[in-house]
Design a protein around this ligand. Structure first.
Ligand SMILES: CC(C)(COP(=O)(O)OP(=O)(O)OC[C@H]1O[C@@H](n2cnc3c(N)ncnc32)[C@H](O)[C@@H]1OP(=O)(O)O)[C@@H](O)C(=O)NCCC(=O)NCCS
Length: 141
């Protein structure tokens, strides 16, 4: 289903523990979240996957928020900086897409917000710019 992981790494279906979820977001440079936010993210995801290193420490993760029908949003793609550029992010996104392909009805629509570090990776997996539409967000303060 996915290209194989580099030696010493293992793919684990499901989210990482809450503390690791919060750490991976923070350490990879994504906006930090608190425990209440993280718990909701973990409980409310349609699917999730993470990668552990040889000591079983979570070092990469990603998840899908979805309605189970047709609309799916990939989020929280993050790799620990000490483990980047080894193909872990690619394996995570490939697994999430393959899981949607396997379990969702035909015709699923998958979105994500492609921050600059991941854009080449997402493009290479078939994601396209939504222009002339515009990705829009409303952060509530
Ligand atoms: C985006 C991110 C998740 C990618 O994670 P990653 O595990 O480094 O991803 P990969 O290793 O699969 O691919 C990243 C790059 O490494 C390259 N790479 C993969 N295996 C490699 C290897 N063995 N040796 C050298 N480079 C390699 C890939 O070709 C890719 O290069 P490119 O971006 O120039 O195309 C990671 O950079 C990250 O956490 N960034 C900060 C958080 C963030 O911005 N997340 C995205 C939110 S949308």
């Amino acid at each position: 289903m996915t290209e194989s992981l580099a030696d010493g790494y293992r793919l684990v279906v499901g989210p990482p523990p809450l503390d690791d979820y919060l750490r991976l977001r923070r350490d990879s440079g994504l906006s930090p979240k608190n425990a209440e936010q993280g718990a909701g993210a973990i409980a409310g995801s349609w699917s999730a996957v993470h990668v552990v290193d040889g000591q079983d420490v979570p070092v990469a993760m990603g998840r899908t928020i979805g309605d189970g029908g047709w609309y799916f949003h990939i989020a929280d793609i993050a790799t620990d900086p000490g483990h980047q550029r080894r193909g872990l992010g690619r394996v995570v996104v490939e697994w999430l897409v393959a899981d949607i392909r396997a379990r969702a009805p035909e015709g699923a629509y998958i979105t994500l917000v492609g921050d600059p570090p991941g854009q080449r990776l997402y493009r290479s997996l078939g994601f396209e710019d939504v222009a002339p539409s515009l990705g829009m967000a409303l952060p509530l303060r």
